[in-house]
Design a binder for this molecule. Structure first.
Ligand code: 9MR
Length: 684
């Protein structure tokens, strides 16, 4: 249960006041790194003194003075910054301000964002079409398979001589786009690039990172296994006869709030478009590059991706003006298609991006002649209709490793860094000390992904220069997403004390479980409020406060694959840069550089051996966020039991193994970025 709800049930007036205080002291509710920057934002400060208070014993461990208050015009708030970067202790703490009270608790620890990174990536598993989600991996959000997509009809708009209308094709797998159950190539394009870029840019970290999915332990990084689920779907979306790519695999209309297996409307592939085909070409070219290293495990897949990319590029070159216009399509063909359009007025940036990826994978300069990805690129925050920056980033990161003949990478780098310098400078004008909100168009539909994509660009700048101010600016936007914002929400479901509970996500609305499916980044504040006509209610019209935690609010409170992807990228990059080891704490054989003061141990489980379920006991000598991980005898991660922040003392967690085969298992306890040795559990 949420802490605030429990307090309200107890009718404890003092505790309600504590929530009120937490509303006025905005922190990253997940936490901070011991040696990293640490700031909170205080609204309408009553005094200038603040302190950091230990959750263990209530002692004051640090005191400081607030910065000068100023107004953030985007939220209408008078805000001052509490900077406690000088405090480097580890544990669980709150910020206390005289005359207000205390913030939500947060952790300071060496791998503080690892659990939220795992959840953000795991969210893609929860979005998988065409397979059941077993309890072993999905926990209480287990569900039956939805959308086999084995009898998909070719829509009239996509009919050809070889595939006339109603030809049945197979298009299984893939991720549901968002709260809806449709699968869109354009949005898969930027999403896949971003996740593949995390594999390319943080290779050691990605290789060692485990999320607990059915494929874990198969010799391929979990992140790449997840990517493959969608890649194999994307390959089905190319017409083998001409190389063109269908814009989407979709219902005619959005489903109601039902579970995936209850959504059984006829599925269609609709008109091929130049944007979908180029996004597909770019992703397939990039995938061919990344998958080459896995040829023995995935024989022929890299080659297949490259062939698919070349065929798509050829089709797009022959049909450069074939943009997707759903309204026009519906006047000419039946049935009408009313799901997400992902329409675009120009394919110039898609040509640039695809040309860049094709050039980098093949080394053929011819691609640079057809489009000019590096001539005068439109460098700006990436989004699904604006993808030129993706090609620029791929080129700049590749140029760090090997020469790029025919491209002036040095001048491109100067231009990219000058864009990022602007983002860094903008923080100085922000009362919140964040980059987000520096541009007048930042608060759009999916604004939290604007924050995450600005942070992605800043992480790239950090990789290119190793300069700390880029990393700190990226971290400011991560703080924004996790609670240091004008709504006070940590926008990732299930992570933080005040998080979205009514996300516009069909499974979360239909499964009868109070907690939403975890790990989703909610869309975020959006003053256009396009969903008001459908019942969404907002308490503010101010840009940074136009957010509503209601299921009806698809314009501010939906999840979407292209919004989670930059969050995964940034979390991987920040953990790789700022965590104690630069590797996930679960990675074997990684020595800790510095021992955390937190001590904890696993006690015996009871009963043992056991049938179906057992209790695992453990003790903490200080409060910490706790995670138990269970492995099978082959070392495969079987289950992760997240316990949230636990107080000092002894605790028990029930481990239900009713769905697992008998045998030997091992449990480990993780807290404060470290883990204990394993204990054996015997299931008879
Ligand atoms: O993210 C998309 C946003 O940029 C558009 O303004 C909006 C309206 O066209 O659509 C958003 O994408 C939605 C898509 O159309 C259907 N699946 C859910 C997506 C997120 O809301």
């Amino acid at each position: 249960m949420k802490r605030s709800a429990l307090f309200l049930m107890l009718g404890c007036a003092a505790a309600v006041l504590a929530d009120d205080a937490a509303e006025r002291i905005r922190v990253n509710q997940i936490g901070y790194y011991p040696q990293g920057p640490k700031t909170a934002v205080v609204i309408d400060p009553a005094s200038s003194a603040f302190s950091i208070v230990s959750e263990t014993d209530g002692s004051v461990v640090y005191t400081g003075t607030l910065g000068p208050a100023s107004v953030w015009s985007l939220s209408g708030e008078n805000a001052a910054i509490a900077d406690f970067s000088g405090f480097e202790g580890t544990g669980v703490f709150r910020v206390r301000v005289e005359g207000i009270g205390s913030s939500w608790p947060f952790e300071i620890g060496p791998h503080v964002h690892e659990a939220v990174a795992a959840a953000a990536l795991k969210s893609y598993y929860y979005q998988r079409a065409s397979m059941p989600l077993d309890e072993a991996w999905a926990g209480k959000w287990k569900r039956a398979a939805g959308h086999p997509d084995t009898t998909v009809w070719v829509h009239a708009s996509a009919a050809t001589e070889t595939r006339p209308e109603k030809t049945v094709i197979r298009s299984p797998r893939g991720w549901y786009d968002a709260g809806d159950y449709n699968k869109y190539i354009v949005n898969s394009g930027i999403t896949m690039w971003t996740l593949l870029a995390a594999v390319e840019h943080f290779p050691e970290y990605a290789a060692a990172f485990r999320t607990g999915i059915p494929e874990s332990g198969n010799g391929i990084p979990d992140l790449l296994d997840e990517i493959l689920w969608n890649l194999r779907w994307m390959l089905t979306m190319q017409d083998p006869d001409d190389g063109g790519v269908y814009h989407k695999c979709t219902n005619a209309n959005f489903d109601g709030f039902v579970m995936p297996n209850q959504a059984r409307s006829q599925r269609y592939v609709v008109q091929k478009s130049v944007t979908a085909t180029l996004d597909f070409a770019a992703v397939m070219a990039q995938a061919a590059r990344v998958l080459r290293a896995y040829d023995p495990a995935l024989p022929g897949l890299a080659d297949s991706c490259l062939f698919a990319a070349e065929d798509a590029w050829a089709w797009a070159s022959g049909n450069p003006g074939l943009l997707y216009n759903q309204t026009a399509m519906n006047t000419a063909f039946d049935p009408d298609i009313n799901t997400g359009a992902y329409g675009d007025g120009s394919a110039a940036d898609e040509f640039d991006w695809a040309a860049a990826e094709m050039y980098l994978t093949t080394g053929e300069a011819g691609y640079l002649a057809d489009a000019d990805p590096f001539g005068n690129p439109d460098i700006r925050v990436p989004s699904w209709p604006n993808v030129a920056t993706l090609g620029v980033v791929s080129l700049l990161m590749a140029a760090e490793r090997a020469p790029t003949p025919g491209v002036d990478a040095a001048s491109l780098k100067t231009r990219f860094l000058s864009y990022c310098d602007g983002l860094v400078r903008s923080r100085e004008l922000s009362a919140y000390g964040v980059v987000m909100g520096s541009g007048s168009n930042d608060f759009v539909w999916g604004s939290n992904a604007v924050a995450a994509n600005q942070a992605l660009c800043l992480m790239v700048a950090h990789s290119l220069t190793d300069q700390a101010d880029y990393l700190e600016a990226a971290l400011s936007n991560l703080d924004y997403c996790l609670g240091r914002n004008a709504t006070g929400y940590s926008f990732v479901t299930g992570h933080g004390d005040k998080t979205p509970m009514h996300i516009h996500h069909r499974q979360s609305g239909a499964d009868g479980i109070a907690d939403p499916v975890p790990g989703f980044l909610a869309g975020g504040p959006n003053p256009s409020q396009q969903d008001k006509k459908d019942g969404a209610v907002y308490s503010s019209n101010l840009p940074a406060k136009s957010y509503s935690d209601m299921q009806a609010s698809y314009a501010s409170n939906e999840n979407c694959i292209n919004w989670n992807a930059p969050l995964v990228y940034v979390l991987f990059g920040i953990e790789a840069a700022l965590s104690e080891t630069g590797l996930p704490s679960e990675a074997r054989g990684v020595a800790s550089r510095r021992a955390a003061p937190l001590a904890f141990h696993l006690e015996g489980n009871w009963p043992n051996p056991f049938n179906a379920s057992t209790r695992v006991a453990y003790a903490l000598d200080a409060p910490a966020r706790v995670r138990l991980t269970v492995f099978d005898a082959a070392g495969r991660l079987i289950r992760t039991l997240d316990s949230g922040v636990k107080r000092q003392g002894r605790h028990e967690t029930r481990f239900d193994a009713s769905d697992l085969p008998t045998g030997v298992y091992f449990v480990r306890l993780q807290a404060g970025g470290r883990s204990t040795a394993s204990r054996m559990l015997v299931l008879k």
